[in-house]
Design a protein. Structure first.
Length: 360
């Protein structure tokens, strides 16, 4: 009984409640400089709690369903945040969805994947994973990202980087079809492609009860909403700091995307450190796919209905970075084995992305 009760430790529900209290306080009364430290600390607590509850759910339902839960949950909340900001601000944020999705792809494919490969390689020298699963994810990611973020620059019905309503509808449907097909392959048709290549140490641990699992489901949602809400609350201070530093506005989107992706990044890094690279890649690549496959259809439908402009096409430098990321990912994940070298390569590309965003 004592072992089972450890699945729901006190801090894992105290942290999100405290984060929500800070969020409500900030929304109702505002906050000063001293409160920034408190918000940042509670944001970190909510992130750690979200990772814990995601791991509880994953242990109960197994892979790859567990990683899918966290990736989709974060993306759904992120989409809601994007829509609320774009509707509130108007045409001034017409490129917000593009910037957020692109930043998420770069952070996930280079940052999270790079950290996982580096941490895993440092501790375990060489790690293995199923090549079939990684190849399937990269193929869908390449198609999704090019169709959604590159082709709008070259269409001729309307001047790029925007789609016409018909083109936008096709892009949304294509994204949904590709993502739905990938989820079907991942969870039904070829589920074995995404199962851990080697059993972890925790497979013999007793699974949480049904009640504990449902409690973690609710608390995971509470944690993720708190993370996104606090990230949104911190955005004015982040914008002020970025502008004082003289950096472009796109840096704000990178910072917000990094905060929102913290739960997934931490969960993936912990899995890689525990020699579960397959779980790390499932979470990382699945997150990148969900970011495009769920965001683009919803945003497309909203902007078709409202008739407002939506900028999707990337600039030339961002297009080059996206192509480099896809090419390097196909090479580094093309053997089924990884070392620290692959991790260093991805992290250098992430550093180039961040540096060129600050100094374009």
């Amino acid at each position: 009984m004592a072992q089972k009760s450890s699945y729901i430790d006190h801090w894992t529900w105290v942290a999100p409640i405290a984060a929500w209290a800070a969020l409500v306080t900030a929304l109702m009364t505002g906050w000063g400089g001293w409160f920034l430290v408190v918000v940042a600390a509670l944001l970190g607590g909510a992130v750690f709690a979200a990772v814990h509850h995601a791991e509880v759910i994953a242990h109960r339902i197994g892979e790859p369903y567990g990683t899918l839960v966290l990736a989709v949950a974060v993306t759904v909340i992120e989409v809601a945040l994007i829509i609320s900001i774009m509707l509130a601000v108007g045409d001034a944020k017409a490129a917000l969805a593009r910037d957020t999705v692109f930043a998420a792809i770069m952070i996930v494919c280079n940052g999270i994947v790079g950290v996982c490969l580096l941490l895993g390689g440092l501790r375990h020298r060489e790690q293995v994973f199923h090549l079939e699963g990684a190849s399937a994810a990269l193929a869908v990611l390449a198609a999704l990202s090019v169709l959604a973020l590159v082709l709008p620059n070259y269409a001729t019905t309307v001047a790029g980087p925007v789609w016409s309503p018909a083109q936008l509808a096709f892009s949304g449907i294509a994204s949904l079809v590709l993502y739905g097909a990938f989820v079907f392959i991942q969870t039904v048709r070829h589920r074995d492609y995404f199962l851990a290549a080697a059993a972890g140490d925790d497979v013999h641990a007793p699974p949480p009860s049904v009640g504990q699992t449902w409690a973690s489901v609710v608390l995971l949602f509470v944690c993720l909403v708190a993370v996104v809400g606090l990230a949104k609350t911190l955005s004015p201070a982040i914008e002020a700091a970025v502008f004082d530093f003289g950096a472009p506005e796109a840096v704000v989107g990178i910072i917000i995307a990094a905060l929102v992706l913290l739960p997934e990044g931490l969960a993936a890094a912990r899995a890689a450190h525990a020699d579960k690279l397959q779980t790390s890649l499932n979470l990382a690549l699945g997150s990148a796919l969900a970011s495009i496959g769920l965001t683009i259809p919803v945003i497309a439908a909203m902007f078709i209905v409202t008739g407002r402009p939506l900028i999707l096409g990337l600039g030339p430098m961002d297009t080059v970075l996206l192509m480099l990321t896809l090419l390097v990912s196909a090479i580094t994940l093309g053997t089924g084995r990884t070392t620290i070298l692959q991790g260093v390569v991805h992290l250098v590309i992430l550093a180039a992305f961040v540096f060129l965003s600050v100094v374009p």
